[in-house]
Design a protein around this ligand. Structure first.
Ligand code: ADP
Length: 529
């Protein structure tokens, strides 16, 4: 029989305290547990570290039978199951890492009704044998609930797309009446709707926690001398624990070694290191104070250290979701923490190139580009960073007063006119030259190349004399970073106009830049010729 609210509340709290050893529920946990224990479907959006697991673990213990947890990551599954077993909960998992014998033992325990929770990888769940087994349990009314963890894996737009997740609609079709709870930390409105539609959760109650992490200060700097910038940043955090993210394994090792030379207690972590070294470095990071972990994104999943005081990025993450998740590892204890990143337009060009040259389908590439563009929007914004992040996740907020842009509002410059000049110069010269030559044309430099192509006769020759070469360089980089110009790597890095350039050329949008221009002071003569 479904439990009434009156009895579920005290026993949920009792379970929290006596099985898990926590004093009180956090945020929406209690409401979610009540709803699911009462047999309702739920969609739970909660940031990483918010405490999603208890939202299905406690209902699993409160109701008779076995809860089935679909989880895509084998390592995480194993961690959860061993933590549950330590707490005295009868939990097990089924995945591809197991022998036939192990699987048989677990199947037996399941059929004998000895398990409170069974974690399964999606492909294992969808195997005909497993589904058959679960149908037997269903017929005996012994499935408590289905929990679908990392539910955003169902989104084809997301960075973690797993095709098997699309087939999880079988849970609705073949197990009607068994409550389902889908959980994710990826909450942009588009992903949310995709989860609802694909998992058939139209009538599920939604529990949306705020993604705001008010104790994190966001700072994003232009790359100048990244290593020194990092060192400077680390000096402000001497003696504190933190993570420095890099994109490649090689850069992780080089950066860790360099930091060690500078006297920083830095350790490397990436998937290419031996298991022993990884485990050893992770343990030191968790146990000792003041360790700087230099890592690829392989580090962090399931690492639960409350007093990480900073997260630094030496390379751009691939998406806002990635950035949010990585920076979210700072300040879980609620005390002030800092998320710092250094970036350059060159990083954007490099990542676009990696996407272009990957073997993914065109559709996949388009999505990867869209995610990167959203991130570029965040690094380029002159407004509040936190507000920008929360808006991305579909949440309203006011300016935080704590991020770099709020504390030191950047000087901006309306570069619309200059940007139009730059774009028409690229267009008038046939979209076959790189920034260097275009700048010469704009500034009216009579170089050999200008003469050779007769570009002193184009209408854009010399129309940009008023700005320094450096300013033009920055402007071109920004035009590329924001996608108004594309780099054609096959044609000597020629700059080509994109569709994004049209509204600007038509005068329908403005182009603001963070860095104020350097005006040309004296008119110099021709450089060559
Ligand atoms: P998520 O899956 O949302 O990233 P977890 O379920 O792994 O988060 O929980 C993150 C951490 O918070 C875990 O160490 C968990 O034990 C702890 N936690 C969860 N709920 C509570 C609570 N009510 N009180 C104290 N700690 C909690």
């Amino acid at each position: 029989a479904p439990m009434s609210l009156a009895t579920s509340t005290p026993s949920a709290l009792h379970t929290l305290q006596h099985v898990f050893g926590y004093a009180a529920f956090r945020g929406e946990q209690e409401a979610i547990i009540e709803h699911v224990s009462g047999g309702g479907d739920a969609l739970v959006l909660m940031p990483t570290g918010g405490g999603k697991s208890l939202c299905y673990q406690i209902p699993a213990l409160l109701r008779e039978g076995t809860a089935i947890v679909v989880s895509p990551l084998i390592a995480l599954m194993q961690d959860q199951v061993s933590a549950l077993r330590e707490a005295g909960v009868a939990a097990a998992y089924l995945n591809s890492s197991q022998s036939a014998e192990e699987m048989a033992t677990i199947t037996q325990a399941l059929l004998a009704g000895e398990l409170d929770l069974l974690y399964v990888a999606p492909e294992r769940l969808l195997a005909a044998r497993t589904l058959g087994l679960l149908e037997r349990l269903r017929d005996q009314r012994r499935i408590t609930l289905f929990a679908i963890d990392e539910a955003h894996c169902v989104s084809q737009w997301g960075h973690d797309f797993r095709p098997e997740y699309l087939q999880l609609s079988v849970l609705h079709e073949r197990f009607a009446g068994v409550p389902r709870i889908a959980l994710t930390a990826t909450a942009d409105p588009q992903t949310r709707e995709e989860i609802v539609v694909r998992l058939r959760l139209e009538s599920a109650r939604r529990f949306v926690s705020s993604f705001d992490r008010p104790n994190i200060r966001y700072r994003i700097e232009d790359k100048d001398n990244p290593r020194n910038q990092l060192l400077h940043f680390l000096r402000d955090h001497a003696g504190e624990s933190g993570i420095v993210y890099c994109l490649s394994r090689r850069k992780v090792e080089e950066t860790a070694a360099w930091l060690a030379d500078q006297g920083v207690t830095a350790l490397p972590y990436h998937a290419g290191l031996g298991n022993d070294i990884r485990a050893q470095n992770q343990t030191r990071f968790l146990r000792e104070d003041g360790i700087v972990m230099v890592a690829t994104i392989a580090f962090g999943m399931g690492v639960d250290k409350p007093d990480v005081r900073f997260v630094a990025h030496l390379d751009l993450p691939r998406s806002i979701e990635g950035y949010y998740q990585e920076t979210g590892r700072a300040g879980r204890d609620g005390l002030p923490a800092e998320a710092w990143m250094t970036w350059g337009a060159q990083d954007v060009v490099q990542q676009r190139r990696m996407i272009d040259e990957s073997d993914g389908a065109e559709d996949f590439k388009r999505r990867a580009r869209a995610r990167l563009d959203a991130l570029v929007g965040l690094v380029e914004t002159v407004g509040c960073r936190r507000r920008h992040l929360l808006t991305h996740f579909g949440e309203d907020s006011s300016d935080c007063g704590n991020c770099d842009n709020c504390l030191n509002p950047p000087r901006t410059w309306d570069a619309t006119q200059a940007a139009r000049k730059a774009l028409s110069c690229a267009y008038r010269t046939g979209q076959r030259f790189g920034a260097g030559h275009l700048i010469d044309v704009l500034r009216g430099e009579r170089t050999d190349k200008v003469g050779e192509w007769a570009h002193h006769e184009t209408s854009t020759f010399g129309i940009g004399e008023d700005l320094e070469e450096k300013t033009w360089r920055t402007l071109f980089r920004q035009l590329v970073a924001r996608g108004l110009l594309a780099v054609d790597h096959d044609r000597h890095n020629a700059l080509v106009l994109t569709d994004e350039a049209r509204p600007l050329l038509r005068g329908e949008r403005v182009f603001e830049m963070r860095i104020p221009p350097e005006r040309r002071r004296t008119r110099r003569g021709a450089r060559r010729l």
